[in-house]
Ligand binder design. Structure first.
Ligand SMILES: Nc1ncnc2c1ncn2[C@@H]1O[C@H](COP(=O)(O)OP(=O)(O)OP(=O)(O)O)[C@@H](O)[C@H]1O
Ligand SMILES: [Mg+2]
Ligand SMILES: [Zn+2]
Length: 502
């Protein structure tokens, strides 16, 4: 019986032109090859499954091919074929994860001095190079310092920050980008065609989204669906198989957020959570839909919309909301999405964050209406928020009683001056107001991240100044955790990326 070959192996590009989404790199490399200006050491870095090893392999053939065409390997000559089969000893692929000792690298050093046997260049592809030990890096450095003629090193890694600068400074560095959703979907389309599998493009977009920029992951997910026997991949099959929420659920929740219908929202969210769907992806989908509504509201152009199956809902929702509200929803949910992965209980975080998002605005609107009886489900919602507060550790309890009143005033000031999303974020926090500083305790990391953004921080300090009459520093802490400044900065960076790719 023929051995089953995973799609991502079967569809490893064998020419530069076949590599998707890395044109900025391919262009430079091909130029170097055509003009005979290749270097001795390269560093290919960037996130996983984006083509680093693939490109290194094509490179090893392109420079050794006896019949290259425009910088591309012919893949037909003896050398190309030999390298493709792995039978040319001059091209070596070394996995540094399992060969990371100084002796492994010394073996390479002893080997580089011999001239190539079959090919023009000896090529050493060292994958996962960040796994080398300190002394192995030193040994490698010696070789890179006096590179023998006709020897080329290609170091590949997802974690370039773990590589000593002495090594970095001797390499030409190329950054492999995460691959766009459209590029992944198009590649998946080609693969489906070659496998005689029918697939809706919207289904491929769902897979591409779940791949998060890694083409290998996209192919593996597609493999999972195809190997289950499906030959006609519809969007709903893709969603079901990838554990992604139905689009109607997504528009349902967004509609509840906009209509401020907490009870209905909780029912839908509960269904999503109960059925084991991917919570982070669910949040991303709500953001993506809110983005569509924002775009549609301002352009009325269907072509700019991603969620085309939801055009009717997009039209409807765009007429009952405004730019401000949509932007606030997007930025609030983006913070949530960036932090949900690390959360211990993503489900609870999702529920309480959505409640906070909806109820903060509800309160504002209802403040002019005479008190009406709370619906039981809203009460339950409030209890979840209360529960969250209760989980805060002792530090939170240190907030002295006399400052609690002031803190509430600070928060109310934000609401009264129209800073609704800041108000929502701070509504359930506690703070300790001292004469020379204010310490705010958050129950979740994402709230802290929002407030630590410079523009939000200065708005907060403004209201502290207005209420307390002092311009004093503000420190943000997550109750029960140490001061995690560094990680929150990284989250903000991630957030920037996420917002940009909307
Ligand atoms: N840019 C790309 N164009 C086309 N296919 C790609 C690309 N990136 C990845 N693939 C597909 O994914 C598979 C794995 O890619 P590759 O091994 O080159 O990734 P990598 O960047 O080296 O990942 P890792 O960091 O995990 O080693 C390839 O065999 C190919 O099928
Ligand atoms: Mg690799
Ligand atoms: Zn060739």
């Amino acid at each position: 019986m023929a051995q089953y070959i995973a799609l991502y192996r079967k569809f490893r590009p064998i020419t530069f032109d076949d590599v998707v989404g890395q044109d900025h790199i391919i262009k430079v490399i091909k130029h170097q090859i055509i003009n005979n200006q290749i270097g001795h050491a390269y560093l290919f870095c960037g996130s996983r499954g984006t083509g680093k090893t693939t490109t290194a392999k094509i490179f090893s053939r392109a420079i050794n091919c006896t019949n290259p065409v425009n910088g591309e390997p012919c893949n037909e000559c003896m050398v190309c074929k030999g390298i493709l089969e792995g039978s040319v000893p001059d091209v070596l692929e070394i996995d540094a994860a399992s060969n990371n000792s100084v002796d492994d690298i010394r073996a390479i050093r002893d080997n580089v001095i011999y001239a190539p046997t079959m090919a023009k260049y000896k090529v050493y592809i060292i994958d996962e190079v960040h796994m080398l030990s300190g002394s192995a890096f030193n040994a490698l450095l010696k070789t890179l310092e006096e590179p023998p003629e006709n020897v080329i090193f290609i170091l590949a890694t997802t974690e370039p920050h773990k590589i000593p600068v002495t090594i970095l400074s001797r390499c030409q560095r190329f950054e492999f980008k995460r691959i766009s959703k459209d590029d992944i979907a198009k590649r998946l389309q080609t693969v489906c065609e070659k496998n005689n599998v029918k697939a809706e493009y919207s289904a491929l977009l769902v897979i591409a989204q779940a791949a998060e920029g890694a083409l290998r992951d996209g192919l593996s997910l597609l493999d999972r669906i195809i190997s289950s026997g499906v030959t006609d991949i519809t969007e709903s099959i893709a969603r079901e198989m990838l554990g992604v929420a139905e689009t109607s659920t997504v528009s349902g929740v967004l509609s509840c957020i906009i209509n401020k219908d907490v009870s209905k929202m909780l029912v839908i969210v509960n269904d999503v959570v109960e059925s084991g769907k991917d919570v982070k992806y669910f949040v991303w989908e709500i953001i993506s839909l809110a983005r569509d509504i924002l775009i549609y509201k301002n352009t009325k152009d269907n072509n700019l919309i991603r969620n085309f199956t939801l055009l009717k809902e997009i039209e409807e929702l765009s007429s009952i909301t405004d730019n401000n509200e949509l932007s606030e929803i997007i930025s609030y949910l983006s913070e949530l999405e960036a932090n949900i992965k690390g959360a211990t209980f993503p489900n609870i975080l999702l529920e309480s964050a959505l409640i906070q998002l909806v109820s903060s605005e509800t309160k504002e609107i209802k403040s002019n209406i005479p008190e009406k009886k709370e619906k039981p489900i809203e009460k339950a919602a409030k209890e979840i928020v209360q529960e969250n507060k209760a989980t805060e550790k002792k530090e939170a309890k240190t907030s002295s009683s006399n400052s609690t009143g002031n803190w509430k005033e600070v928060i109310d000031y934000l609401r009264n001056t129209g800073k609704m999303s800041l108000y929502a974020t701070l509504a359930s926090t506690k703070a300790n107001i001292e004469s020379d500083k204010v310490t705010v305790y958050f129950s979740q990391e994402f709230g802290k991240n929002v407030i630590e953004k410079p523009e939000n921080m200065s708005a907060l300090k403004e209201s502290i100044l207005a209420v307390i009459g002092k311009d004093i520093p503000v420190k943000c802490l997550v109750a029960g955790k140490e001061d995690k400044n560094e990680s929150s900065q990284i989250d903000l960076i991630n957030l920037g990326v996420d917002v940009n790719i909307l």
